[in-house]
Design a protein around this ligand. Structure first.
Ligand code: PHE
Length: 473
């Protein structure tokens, strides 16, 4: 593709909005609270934050650097920067990750659409939010329909192209989401018993830290920041040459982390006020707890509609960035038209995604090592493919690419001072690859020594975390 033809973000805020739009999504508001809940709360949060700062931001910056320098999609970037090498494999891995993520993500994104309708219809006034959730998620037709609708919306925006499609929506709606979350946080904090939720989220209980928890924290950090699969390499290729990449990465990661923490502050006080055993509820957490919270809020009817609309939009700006990885690859590497690439890839992902959606209903009994298709897609993409991709991306920039090129890209060819360069370079060469490798090796070891009594051990884990909740009480 001719370089001049590539779209680019039109303003600095546009870049931040689009990258933050990718980062902020269901990962922050749906996934973070339930994973934190299942992994003991405070201690998980602490490790998560450590990973964001020490690994997440440097990986994000590495992706921007690679993408903007190469001006290509994720796969093409590796091919251009290291011709005749095997590195473009990392780009391919990213495309596989994109498939997996979008397949299960669109299930949950579809749920948000159903919840908009439910909010409008009667504002969950029956009050039995657990039942409402279970009845819906275990049905066959509606979740599939919403998943289809959501993939259609994603495809439509991706088709419209980078500037018009992505930038326009995120610029206004992301700040609005933040304001709304703040309002809901205030209500949650003023519930009776709210402080127990805060304690659960912020007081680390170090006895809860296991390597499993560490891996979940690493996976959640990667997933939430959209790193490790080339989404930000692709977006990096649309960033203009005069943008400050370091500053952009820090701003995007800060916004993402702030929203995840606020989501925690929104959910956990409510969880502990309503029913502490909900902390380990799993993927249904926000769908069960928030409607209850809205019912207890003045103006809750309006807030619930607004909230689910904005959640769907936040999900949409993330799915767009995932689909863009696949579409940019198909259209630039396989010479397909953008339209054809969009239709083929989104249809394929939707078909594959049916397995994820039906994991809550007709296929809930179909398990591999005790996990449903949904669990496998969710776990393997976030906790395996993304961290592995992140490791390879930093190793590529740190060991394969010339140091001068990295410095030139970060300093906009000498125009900006990059005081952080030494620290950054140390992290991408040594700290990040070694840290990720340690977490991995330990986990592979753990899996290999574990016998097949997987179900049993999973149950004990849940029992343990339920106990954790009681202890905090
Ligand atoms: N970061 C997004 C979220 O938190 C999900 C995502 C993962 C997007 C990986 C792109 C790549 O919802």
């Amino acid at each position: 593709m001719d370089l001049k033809e590539r779209g680019s973000f039109s303003s600095k805020f546009g870049v931040i909005a689009a990258a933050a739009g990718s980062a902020v999504g269901l990962g922050n508001i749906w996934r973070f609270p339930y994973v934190a809940g299942e992994n003991g709360g405070g201690a998980f949060l602490l490790i998560y934050l450590l990973f964001i700062v020490a690994i997440g931001i440097p990986v994000m910056l590495s992706e921007f650097t690679i993408g903007r320098n190469a001006q290509r999609n994720a796969f093409g970037s590796f091919k251009k920067l290291a011709p005749n090498s095997k590195w473009s494999f990392v780009g391919l891995m990213g495309i596989v990750a994109a498939f997996l993520i979008l397949a299960f993500y669109s299930t949950i994104a579809g749920w948000t659409l159903e919840y908009i309708v439910k909010a409008v219809q009667d504002g969950f006034s029956a009050g039995n939010t657990s039942e409402i959730f279970t009845t819906f998620s275990t049905s066959t037709f509606k979740p599939l329909l919403w998943q289809f609708v959501f993939m259609g919306l994603t495809a439509w925006i991706v088709f419209a192209g980078v500037q018009k499609g992505i930038e326009r929506y995120t610029k206004i709606l992301m700040p609005l989401l933040l304001v709304l979350i703040l309002v809901i946080v205030v209500r949650s904090l003023t519930l009776d018993g709210a402080s127990k939720g805060l304690k659960f989220l912020f007081a680390p209980d170090f006895s809860k830290i296991t390597f499993g928890v560490v891996l979940e924290a690493l996976g959640q950090a990667a997933f939430s920041l959209s790193i490790g699969m080339g989404a930000l390499i692709t977006y990096g290729s649309y960033i203009r040459k005069n943008n400050n990449l370091g500053k952009t990465a820090v701003q995007v990661a800060s916004a993402d982390t702030l929203i995840a923490i606020l989501a925690g502050v929104m959910i956990f006080p409510a969880v502990f006020a309503f029913d502490p055993s909900l902390a380990t509820e799993g993927p249904g957490l926000v769908f069960v707890v928030l409607p209850k919270l809205f019912l207890s809020m003045p103006g809750g009817y309006v807030f619930s509609i607004l909230f689910f609309v904005l959640l769907a939009v936040a999900a949409l700006t993330s799915t767009v960035s995932v689909l863009e990885v696949v579409v940019a690859y198909f259209s630039e590497e396989l010479n397909m038209s953008r339209g054809k690439a969009t239709i083929i890839s989104s249809l394929a992902i939707w078909l594959f995604g049916i397995l994820a959606t039906l994991s809550f209903s007709d296929l809930s009994d179909v398990t591999i090592f005790g996990s449903t298709f949904f669990d496998i897609m969710n776990y393997s993409s976030a906790n395996i493919l993304l961290p592995l991709g992140a490791l390879l991306i930093v190793a590529f920039l740190g060991w394969v690419i010339k140091k001068k090129l990295v410095h030139d890209e970060l300093s906009n060819s000498g125009e900006l001072k990059v005081k952080y360069f030494k620290v950054f370079y140390f992290i991408i060469r040594y700290l990040a690859p070694v840290a990720i490798a340690i977490v991995f090796v330990h986990d592979i070891y753990k899996v290999s020594v574990k016998d097949n009594s997987d179900d049993k051990s999973q149950n004990t884990e849940i029992v343990e975390s339920k106990e954790a909740v009681e202890v905090v009480e």
